[in-house]
Ligand binder design. Structure first.
Ligand code: A3P
Length: 384
């Protein structure tokens, strides 16, 4: 059994199959915006943006010339010398990826074994991104997806859209960070900061209107404790969780500006993403189900990504010591694929004990936000 925040809110240790914890479908209230509404709104934004882009391209012949004669760094990455040039380079990279991005994402076929020198096996921009949330289970999702033969994943977090220093480097830099893939593969990266960083939705939209977005969500109170636990590993003598989370327990005042709590306001952040992407392009993974029933949860993800069903229960082995499922399946070259591999030590850490009164206060703070989020995504995640 994992040690948890408090006895009454304790998560049971991850159990083997036949879990009954599957989230219930949530009845959609009449006022909830329909997908059609979202789509037309997004289309309006798309039309607005594409018009701008054309005008810009036609008017700046000087820059177009420089694109035809770009400066290239030692790794062969095209470098932009000015923000305008960067925009044009980005357009060029987008166009190069367009065919693959829009037409092949749904034509997932058999895995192709990379042949050295194969011109089709090249680096491409991602057509799916795990955008959040921090401590939701994003690493587990990525590692599980990597079992699928059609997934080409970037192992480290790229932080392209949320960090200006990286964004300034342009899309060709971003693409360089991706693993090579075939046109019918899905290239994926995960950077959980994307979901909560204001400028990211528009930046991502400017890269691709069709990119598929995955968000792993988890009970926001527990997510905050997990986030705090992570910070403890860097600063073990830090103040207790309660000191940061609560201003006045007696009066029931919580510290709403603490980022570890703010991240849990999923509905608020989702609203920002919906200005650029329709809900149908986003998929929300239950962080809890990913722990207890990963094979089932991942089937929804496979369907969303138009992948052939491939990952099954046989790919998961429950590890009693770790208290989590570990993975069996495709792995990096040269390693034994039959030995189960667990997530690293920083995943599935023991949480410190948090006072029950504080947990309840946080739960009641998050409750209305959670309900709004369930309505928006049409799924009840069953949080307290
Ligand atoms: P805890 O360490 O608080 O338990 P992220 O990868 O986004 O940082 O999320 C980390 C969380 O992934 C862990 O939080 C853990 O609960 C969850 N997780 C989901 N599946 C897991 C698995 N198979 N092994 C380890 N952790 C897993």
């Amino acid at each position: 059994m994992r040690v948890t925040a408090s006895p009454s809110s304790a998560l049971p240790a991850a159990r083997p199959w036949n879990s009954t914890d599957i989230a219930r479908p949530f009845p959609l209230p009449k006022q909830t915006p329909t997908r059609e509404k979202d789509t037309s709104k997004t289309r309006r934004i798309q039309e607005k943006h594409s018009g701008k882009k054309k005008d810009f391209l036609n008017s700046d012949k000087e820059l177009l010339r420089s694109i035809n004669n770009p400066s290239v760094d030692s790794q062969g990455t095209t470098r932009a010398n000015s923000p305008k040039e960067r925009d044009l380079l980005n357009d060029q990279v987008i166009n190069n990826n367009k065919l693959w991005n829009e037409e092949n994402i749904s034509k997932n076929k058999l895995e192709r074994k990379p042949i050295s020198g194969d011109k089709e096996f090249v680096k491409r921009l991602p057509n799916a991104v795990i955008i959040g949330v921090k401590k939701g289970g994003t690493r587990a999702l990525l590692e599980i997806l990597k079992i699928h033969p059609s997934i080409r994943a970037c192992n480290s977090e790229v932080h392209f859209f949320d960090r200006d220093i990286n964004y300034e480097r342009g899309l060709s830099w971003y693409r360089e960070n991706m693993p090579p893939s075939y046109p019918q593969d899905i290239t994926i990266e995960k950077s959980p900061a994307y979901f909560v960083t204001d400028k990211v939705p528009e930046r991502m939209y400017n890269m691709s209107k069709t990119v598929k977005l995955l968000v792993v969500v988890r009970d926001p109170t527990r997510r905050a404790i997990s986030d705090y636990t992570q910070s403890l590993s860097k600063k073990p003598d830090n103040y207790p969780f309660e000191v940061f989370a609560v201003k006045d327990l007696q009066k029931g005042i919580i510290n709403v500006s603490w980022m570890k709590l703010k991240i849990g306001l999923y509905a608020k952040y989702l609203q920002k993403w919906l200005k650029f992407f329709p809900l149908s392009q986003m998929h929300f993974v239950s962080g809890e189900q990913l722990i207890y029933n990963p094979a089932k949860e991942i089937q929804h993800v496979e369907r969303f990504l138009n992948l052939k069903h491939f990952i099954t229960r046989d790919n998961f082995v429950y590890n009693k010591t770790k208290g989590f499922f570990c993975l069996v399946g495709k792995r990096p070259q040269g390693q034994n694929s039959s030995k189960p591999r667990c997530m690293g030590k920083s995943k599935g850490r023991k949480h410190p004990k948090v006072r029950q009164a504080v947990i309840e206060l946080l739960n009641s703070y998050f409750r209305p936000h959670n309900l709004r989020f369930y309505e928006m995504v049409n799924r009840d995640f069953g949080w307290s």
